[in-house]
Design a protein around this ligand. Structure first.
Ligand SMILES: [Zn+2]
Length: 65
């Protein structure tokens, strides 16, 4: 579910427009959840990428030596 399509139960307007306090609270919460998701994902992806890089370099060094 994308938060852009979410309709507020209080004012029946899209939550992304933030027309009422309920909208703004929901929008803030959803944005925070999205930020947390990316914050949790990026270090993991970075570590995985680093591991692959180290393995590639080790393999290359092993082949040339
Ligand atoms: Zn609203």
């Amino acid at each position: 579910m994308t938060y852009d399509r979410l309709v507020c139960a209080n004012c029946a307007a899209p939550v992304s427009e933030g027309r009422c306090p309920v909208c703004r609270a929901n929008r803030e919460r959803l944005q925070q959840e999205r930020d947390n998701f990316f914050a949790g994902l990026n270090p993991m992806a970075l570590i995985a990428l680093l591991a692959v890089l180290i393995a590639a370099v080790a393999l290359l060094a092993h082949q040339t030596a």
